[in-house]
Write a protein that binds this ligand. Structure first.
Ligand code: NAD
Length: 244
């Protein structure tokens, strides 16, 4: 991590008027939640998410979905925010960032005190019935999956599903609204802990906005960024905060 990059990053942030942060799974690895792609530690090493975390598997082979994929969501429920989450929450309180668009479903930004958070891939707070749309807390799924192959709605016996976006699911309207807001107003995008390979969210890097990237590995958009810091999220974010 070069001191001059940290300084430049901090300056860009201080001089911006409408900065937004885009976070990915790398934001939460320091909270003990493996990401998709890091070699050797990815949560999906045994299970390819493109094959199992899909709408198709949920609809056609729900037993398989609840036997394999669901464990990966259930596993997130007791995790805690790390120092990086708290820095982002502080930056919002200081008025330096307007909000966070997150691909994560773990709810750790809110737990760290961030208020403007757009969870564009859903979250593990809730689940709902695919037939009558009745909402339940996520815990309902966890409890039913301990005893049944497929969790069911108490009202209509429809199948319950987690309120997360699976491969093949449509993106929520909220995503297009926030993308539009970024297109018209944002003057600095900070990407933290994302491989920028999952679309359409990665398309935010194509809006042509000034961009700063914090990620352990390089991303396909590094050459378009004004500043890139290849280091752990928490370390880089703490340093950036120190300079502000
Ligand atoms: P990704 O797994 O594709 O990429 C994560 C990136 O973070 C990698 O490039 C990796 O090098 C980097 N990284 C890992 N640890 C880091 C650290 N401590 N500091 C800095 N960088 C670090 O993740 P993605 O881009 O978010 O896309 C994958 C999809 O996975 C998303 O749709 C997301 O919904 C889902 N996912 C979410 C969680 C979660 O909720 N915490 C966990 C796993 C996957």
């Amino acid at each position: 991590m070069k001191e001059e990059d940290i300084k430049r990053f901090s300056e860009k942030l201080k001089n911006s008027k409408e900065a937004y942060v885009l976070t990915g799974a790398g934001m939460s690895t320091e909270s003990g939640i493996p990401d998709f792609r890091s070699k050797g530690s990815g949560i999906w090493n045994e299970i390819d998410p493109m094959k199992y975390a899909t709408r198709d598997v949920l609809l056609k082979e729900p037993e398989k979905f609840y036997q394999y994929t669901f464990k990966r969501f259930d596993f997130l429920t007791d995790k805690k925010p790390n120092e990086g989450h708290y820095v982002l929450s502080n930056l919002e309180k200081k008025g330096l960032i307007k909000g966070i668009i997150t691909q994560n479903v773990d709810g750790l930004h809110q737990e760290a005190g961030s208020e403007n958070v757009w969870e564009v891939h859903g979250n593990i707070k809730n689940c709902y019935c695919m037939k009558c749309s009745q909402k339940y807390e996520f815990e309902e799924l966890v409890e039913q999956v301990k005893e049944k192959d497929v969790p069911r709605c108490h009202k209509c016996q429809g199948m319950l599903r987690p309120d997360v976006i699976l491969f093949g699911d449509p993106m929520p309207q909220e995503f297009f609204q926030i993308a539009q807001r970024l297109r018209s107003k944002c003057d600095f995008v900070i990407v933290v802990g994302s491989s920028l390979q999952v679309y359409p969210v990665a398309g935010i890097a194509e809006l042509g906005k000034p961009m700063g990237i914090v990620n352990l590995e390089s991303t396909p958009y590094d050459s378009r960024a004004e500043v890139v810091i290849n280091s752990k999220c928490s370390e880089a974010l703490k340093k950036i905060e120190e300079y502000i």
